[in-house]
Design a protein around this ligand. Structure first.
Ligand code: SAH
Length: 478
């Protein structure tokens, strides 16, 4: 799940607006210094002014409207800041502002504040605002130091110049404008500006505008089984540079978070029966968007070439002459096995490993090569095998595997809510039950499952599938 935000980040226009600052000491002076940058009319209420605040008033940068606070002073203000060392007075100011519906900040009191001020990296007009919502100020400070060190001081100048060229680029490049700017920033253009060579930047931009529009392309990317840390570098890079993402139901929210924020998101997910877009339409959509010049990220769970129909999608692209690249991902078998402490092969127990789909045919039957699957000395990994689990286990036993043969189900593998159920082939279906709404689950069959006892390292969740159907005892939910 995505974490809720305690505060919504915004940049507020204050130019010409009234801001009430209650307090005239050190703390108030600090706030005043920041507020002035946004050019509001600052009205100060304070009995005493320290030299800095007094100087600001003398210069006309702030107006001292009273010595004592009254609730009427907040009327019509865009912001109110309570910066006195008197907690009671601060609380009174906060209450008055809240009543009047004016955003208020009480210095060092997030409880009373309706807004907080972030740490700022100032490369105006470029401003980076950083906040931990009060959770970890030291971390915020560290981060700010790092960003300060990384962002050239002249970065603001780059942004300023880009502003002057926005109209021109928009007119000349239309839809392509964003890509032009990216190339400009990644190329020599930005460098020229940083070194003060405006004419050089102009030439760089003109060159980019004169170039032929690059055709769209498709990135078929495996996102792995769920833990975002299992993404490849290449996956992450392409996720950061796409214009649109078409993603499956298997993609975890934590991974989707890492896709470039302004990319369009299209959910084409299919989980068993709940097909959202039929495969043919997905294929056509990829072609259509790439033809329109978009960089299309086709993001798939696990590896795109393992039970992912990735092959079909790029066959269509290849036929249409659309450039594509394929990025492998960690397939569910590797991810689940590693995070469950079950080696897929082992010198003593498994010299081979078979990946197989346990998805039943339309008529409910399972057409698998049972003779091959029941050989000894191998591990069998079954994708999409949860629905037909009882049938699967029964067939494996009927074709010669012992009922005591070790088997496991891994649900939500590699995610924080991973669950592993270990049992014998005979007992597994009953141990798993019939979960109404299980997460993606993988079945692993073979002696290697027994190694988990010693090799398990990942915490995950206790041993039941979620949410289990309520057990009914004597007509009551247990
Ligand atoms: N291309 C994917 C597989 C897609 S088929 C891959 O390489 O992993 C979908 C099946 O993959 C699910 O039904 C389930 O069996 C398995 N699966 C995918 N992610 C999983 C996960 N995090 N935990 C357990 N099984 C998973």
């Amino acid at each position: 799940m995505t974490t809720p935000w305690p505060y919504f980040p915004v940049f507020l226009r204050l130019q010409g607006a009234r801001v009430l600052l209650v307090g005239g000491g050190e703390i108030a002076a600090r706030k005043l210094r920041l507020l002035r940058r946004a050019q509001p009319t600052i009205e100060v209420v304070a009995r005493e002014l320290n030299s800095e605040v007094a100087a600001a008033v003398a210069e006309g940068a702030a107006l001292r409207i009273a010595t004592d606070f009254e609730s009427s002073q907040v009327q019509g203000c865009r912001l109110v800041v309570a910066a006195t060392d008197d907690p009671q007075l601060n609380a009174a100011v906060a209450a008055a502002a809240q009543r009047a519906g004016v955003p208020v900040n009480v210095v060092d009191d997030p409880e009373l504040s309706s807004f907080i001020t972030p740490a700022i990296v100032d490369r105006a007009p470029l401003l980076l605002a950083i906040s931990s919502a009060g959770a970890a100020p030291v971390m915020v400070r560290r981060l700010r130091e790092r960003l300060e060190a990384q962002l050239p001081v002249a970065y603001g100048r780059v942004a300023d110049w880009m502003q002057t060229q926005r109209q021109r680029v928009k007119q000349a490049a239309g839809q392509r404008a964003r890509r032009i700017w990216e190339q400009f920033l990644d190329g020599s253009g930005a460098e020229q500006l940083l070194s003060g060579n405006v004419a050089g930047a102009d030439v760089a931009l003109s060159t980019l505008l004169a170039e032929e529009a690059t055709p769209g392309e498709v990135y078929l990317v495996g996102a792995g089984p769920g833990d975002p840390e299992l993404l490849t570098f290449r996956a992450l890079r392409l996720m950061q540079q796409c214009d649109v993402v078409l993603y499956d139901a298997l993609i975890s929210p934590a991974i989707l978070e890492l896709v470039r924020r302004d990319a369009e998101r299209v959910h084409v997910g299919k989980r068993r029966a709940k097909h959202t877009l039929p495969q043919e339409q997905i294929n056509e959509e990829l072609v259509r968007r790439a033809r329109a010049g978009q960089r299309v990220l086709r993001l798939k769970g696990g590896d795109p070439f393992v039970f992912g129909r990735g092959g079909e999608e790029i066959e269509r692209l290849a036929a249409a002459g659309i450039p594509f690249q394929v990025v492998p991902g960690i397939t569910a078998a590797s991810g689940c096995a590693a995070y469950a402490g079950i080696p897929l092969t082992h010198r003593d127990h498994a010299q081979a490993c078979v990946f197989v789909t346990g998805h039943p045919q339309a008529d409910g039957t399972l057409n698998l090569h049972w003779d091959m699957l029941t050989r000894r000395g191998q591990t069998v990994v079954i994708y999409m095998g949860l629905t037909a689990l009882p049938q699967l286990c029964a067939e494996l036993i009927a074709h010669g595997l012992p009922g005591e043969w070790p088997a496991a189900v891994v649900e939500n593998g590699t995610r924080a809510d991973q669950r592993v159920i270990v049992a014998t082939l005979a007992e597994l279906p009953q141990r798993v039950g019939r979960p109404a709404q299980a997460g993606p689950s993988l079945v692993i069959v073979g002696q290697v499952v027994g190694l988990r006892d010693r090799l398990n390292w990942f915490a995950g969740q206790p041993e039941t599938l979620t949410p289990s159907p309520p057990t009914v005892v004597n007509g009551e939910k247990a």
